[in-house]
Write a protein that binds this ligand. Structure first.
Ligand SMILES: Cc1ncc(COP(=O)(O)O)c(C=O)c1O
Length: 401
C-alpha cells in the first residue's frame, strides 16, 4: 500500500537536502511495521532481522507497547525529575527484580547510560581508591558516540577524527586477564566491558575470564561495569548477557531493547557501587513517563510471553540454519553467538555487499565490522520466519558466490 504522501514527495532526495550526511542509508522509506515485517513505501515487504539495531525486541508496534504509550500519552507525557514518576518507579522495580537488587538511573540512550557509569566509577575511585579515575576497556569494544564513550571505545576508526580524546581511558585485549592485571595502576577505578561484544563482531567473554575480572575487581577495589546496551534486554536468552558467565557486575548499562523502540537508557548499580548522592548526576528527559511505560510493557511482555525461552530456542534453530549456509558456501565461516545475537564471517566479499544483496532479496541484516554479518532480530521470531530468512539468505549468498 503506497500512501499519497509518499507518492507526492521524493523523500530520498529531500533527506539529502535537509539532513546532515551522517548516515549512509539504504534507499528505502518504510511506512509501517508489524511484528518481524517492515512495509516499504514502494510496496516491498521486508523480513526484519535487524530490529532497529537490536532495539525492537518485541517486533514492530507490539500491541502491549503501543497500548502503554497511548495510555501514558493521554495521562502524562513529561514531568521532569523534580517529582516522583510512577512509571519510572515501576520500571526501576522491574529492573531491580531481574538484576538481583540493583537500583536504576534512567537516561535516553546507551552512550548516556555509559556516561553515567563512567561518572559513578570515578566517584567510586575518588571515595575508595585515593582519587583513581582511569577506566580500562577492551580492544574492539563499542560504547557510544559521546566524547567519553568514544574514548572508551576500542576501535580506532571511531576515535581518530576526534583526538585528543578524553583523559582517563585505556584499552587492552579482550579475554586476556593478564593484560588487565598489567594495565591496572593506582589510577584505575574500574573496568568497562561488553560480556558479548556487539559492534565489534559478536565475541563473548570466556567464563574463566569473566569470573577472573570479578575477583580482580574485588581484590583491588575496582568497579566492574557491564555494558549490556546491545546484549541485554533478553537478546541472548537471558535478561542480561553476563548471566551466561556466572559473576555479577557492580554497574550495568542498558538501552536499545529496554523500551521496545522508545528511546531510553538505564544505568543500574549494585549495593557496592550505589554511591551517587543528590546533585551528582541528572537529566531532563531521562526516565520520562512514556519511555518508562513502554519499558514496563516490554519487560512484562518478555516475561509473560516467555521470550527468553523463545530467544534460546529460536537462536538454536537460526544457528543451525546458519551452519547449513556455512556448509554450502565456502566463503561463510565462524557461525557463533548466544540466543538471538548471532553472526558469521564472510571471506571473499565485504560484509556490506552481503547486507546489500540480502536487502535486494527483501531481508534486512546488518554487519558488525568489515567481515562480519550480524543477526539481532526481534525476540518474537518463529520457525517459519527463520525458514523464510534462511531461504532468502541462501538466494542472496548464491548471488554472491
Ligand atoms: C554495546 C553498546 N554500548 C553503547 C552503545 C551506544 O548506544 P546509543 O547508540 O544508544 O548511544 C551501543 C550502540 O550500538 C552499543 O552497542
Amino acid at each position: 500500500m503506497t500512501s499519497t504522501n509518499s507518492t507526492q514527495r521524493d523523500w530520498l532526495a529531500l533527506e539529502q537536502k535537509y539532513y546532515q550526511h551522517t548516515f549512509s542509508r539504504y534507499p528505502v522509506t518504510f511506512e509501517r511495521g508489524e511484528g518481524v515485517h517492515l512495509y516499504a513505501a514502494d510496496g516491498r515487504v521486508f523480513l526484519d532481522l535487524v530490529a532497529g539495531i537490536a532495539v525492537n525486541v518485541l517486533g514492530h508496534c507490539h500491541p502491549a507497547v503501543v497500548e502503554a504509550i497511548r495510555k501514558q500519552a493521554g495521562e502524562l507525557i513529561h514531568i521532569s525529575n523534580l517529582y516522583v514518576n510512577e512509571r519510572q518507579v515501576e520500571l526501576a522495580e522491574e529492573l531491580f527484580n531481574v538484576s538481583g537488587g540493583m537500583r536504576a538511573f534512567f537516561s535516553n540512550s546507551g552512550a548516556e547510560a555509559n556516561e553515567g557509569a563512567i561518572k559513578l566509577a570515578r566517584k567510586f575511585g575518588r571515595k575508595y581508591r585515593k582519587g583513581a579515575y582511569e577506566i580500562i576497556s577492551m580492544d574492539r569494544s563499542f560504547h557510544g558516540r559521546t566524547l567519553a564513550t568514544t574514548s572508551a571505545t576500542g576501535q580506532k576508526k571511531y576515535q581518530d577524527t576526534w583526538l585528543p580524546l578524553a583523559d582517563g581511558f585505556k584499552q587492552v585485549p579482550f579475554n586476556d586477564l593478564e593484560a588487565i592485571k598489567a594495565a591496572t595502576t593506582d589510577k584505575t577505578c574500574g573496568i568497562l566491558i561488553e560480556a558479548i561484544q556487539g559492534e565489534g563482531g559478536i565475541y563473548p567473554v570466556s567464563k574463566e575470564y569473566w569470573q577472573g575480572l570479578r575477583e580482580w575487581c574485588d581484590k583491588n577495589d575496582l568497579v566492574l561495569i557491564a555494558d549490556e546496551v546491545q546484549a541485554g534486554s533478553g537478546r541472548t536468552g537471558k535478561f542480561f548477557s553476563w548471566e551466561h558467565f556466572g559473576a555479577t557486575p557492580d554497574i550495568v548499562t542498558m538501552a536499545k531493547g529496554l523500551a521496545g523502540g522508545v528511546p531510553i537508557g538505564a544505568m543500574l548499580a549494585g549495593e557496592r557501587a550505589d554511591i551517587f548522592e543528590p546533585g551528582d548526576h541528572g537529566t531532563t528527559f531521562g526516565g520520562n513517563p512514556i519511555a518508562c511505560a513502554a519499558g514496563v510493557a516490554t519487560i512484562r511482555t518478555i516475561r509473560e510471553q516467555k521470550l527468553l525461552e523463545n530467544a534460546t530456542a529460536m537462536g538454536a534453530y537460526l544457528q543451525e540454519k546458519l551452519q547449513g549456509l556455512q556448509q554450502k558456501f565456502s566463503f561463510v565461516s565462524g557461525v557463533r553467538g548466544y540466543g538471538l545475537m548471532l553472526a558469521f564471517d564472510i571471506e571473499n566479499a565485504k560484509a556490506a555487499d552481503v547486507t546489500k544483496t540480502a536487502f535486494d532479496h527483501n531481508v534486512l541484516i546488518t554487519n558488525a565490522g568489515e567481515k562480519t554479518i550480524r543477526f539481532i532480530p526481534p525476540l518474537i521470531l518463529n520457525q517459519k520466519d527463520i525458514d523464510q530468512a534462511a531461504a532468502l539468505l541462501d538466494e542472496a549468498l548464491s548471488a554472491l558466490a
